[in-house]
Design a protein around this ligand. Structure first.
Ligand code: GCO
Length: 254
C-alpha cells in the first residue's frame, strides 16, 4: 500500500480533542498509524475517547491542560517528548465561541476568545517548534474558520481571532520552513458540532447555512479528518503556509 498517507511512528498532539472536529482529526490520524495525544480540560471525556481509539486498535494517549496557560502547555509538550521520544505534529484545534451583539460584548469576553483561539496557538506552536527543530522537522496545523475573510454579525472576537490565526500560520510557515517544519491551516465551514448546537437547533439559521452551502447541508466532524491526514503526511510534504477549506463550497458561493 502507498506510504503517501502513512503516519506510522509520528506522535501528534491535538488540542480540543475530546469531541467534535478535534476528536475526528485525532481519530483519522490514529487510523493512519500516528500515536495521537488528545488534549482538553475534561479528563473524563479524554479517558473515554482514548479508550475508544485503543479498543479500535489505535495508539492513543491524553494530556489534560488549559491551552490558555502557556506554562502548562510547555510542560505538557516536554512530557510528551520525554515519554514518546519526539513530537512530530501539533494541531491547534482548541477554541471557544462567544456570540453577542457588539454593545453587550465585553472586553473580557473578547480577550477570552482571543486568548484561547489565537494566543494559545502562538505559545503552543513556539514550544512545539523548539522540539521539532531538534528532531528534523514536523508539522503544525491550525484550525481556523471560513469566518475571517468572511464575516457575520455577533461573533467579532471569533472572526478576529481566526483571521489572526490565518496570518500566524503564514508568519510561522515562513520562519520555520528551513527547519523542515510545515505550518498550515484547515478552515471548516459550518460543521455539526456541540460548539454549533445552538445554531443547529435554530431552524432559521440552519436553513440559511444549508441555502448558502453548495452541498446543501452542514458538514460532519468526520469530514475534517482527511484534511488533517493529508497535511500531516508525505502527501502534504510541499504544502506550507496554506489554508485548506473544508466547507462544502460555502466560502465561494455569493
Ligand atoms: C458561528 C459558528 C461559526 C462556525 C465556523 C464557521 O457562530 O457562526 O460558530 O463560527 O463554528 O467557524 O466556519
Amino acid at each position: 500500500m502507498s506510504k503517501l498517507f502513512d503516519l506510522q511512528g509520528k506522535t501528534i498532539l491535538v488540542t480540543g480533542a475530546s469531541r467534535g472536529i478535534g476528536f475526528s482529526m485525532a481519530e483519522a490520524l490514529a487510523q493512519h498509524g500516528a500515536k495521537v495525544i488528545l488534549n482538553s480540560r475534561d479528563e473524563s471525556a479524554l479517558k473515554q475517547k482514548v479508550e475508544k481509539l485503543k479498543e479500535a486498535g489505535w495508539d492513543a494517549d491524553y494530556v489534560v491542560f488549559d491551552v490558555t496557560k502557556a506554562e502548562d502547555g510547555l510542560t505538557a509538550i516536554s512530557d510528551i517528548v520525554q515519554k514518546n521520544g519526539s513530537l512530530f505534529g501539533l494541531i491547534n484545534n482548541a477554541g471557544v465561541q462567544h456570540r453577542s451583539p457588539i454593545l453587550d460584548f465585553t472586553t473580557a469576553d473578547f480577550e477570552h476568545v482571543l486568548s484561547t483561539n489565537l494566543t494559545s496557538c502562538f505559545s503552543l506552536s513556539r514550544e512545539a517548534i523548539r522540539f521539532m527543530s531538534n528532531s528534523g522537522g514536523g508539522r503544525i496545523i491550525n484550525t481556523v474558520s471560513m469566518l475571517g475573510p468572511q464575516a457575520r454579525p455577533t461573533v467579532p472576537a471569533y472572526i478576529a481571532a481566526k483571521e489572526g490565526l490565518r496570518a500566524l500560520t503564514r508568519a510561522l510557515a515562513v520562519e520555520v520552513g528551513q527547519k523542515g517544519i510545515l505550518v498550515n491551516a484547515i478552515a471548516p465551514g459550518y460543521i455539526a458540532t456541540e460548539l454549533n448546537l445552538a445554531l443547529l437547533e435554530n431552524k432559521e439559521f440552519s436553513d440559511w447555512v444549508i441555502s448558502k452551502t453548495p452541498l446543501g447541508r452542514w458538514g460532519n466532524p468526520s469530514e475534517l479528518g482527511g484534511g488533517a491526514v493529508y497535511l500531516m503526511s508525505d502527501a502534504g510534504g510541499f504544502v506550507n503556509g496554506q489554508v485548506l477549506a473544508i466547507d462544502g463550497g460555502m466560502s465561494i458561493q455569493v
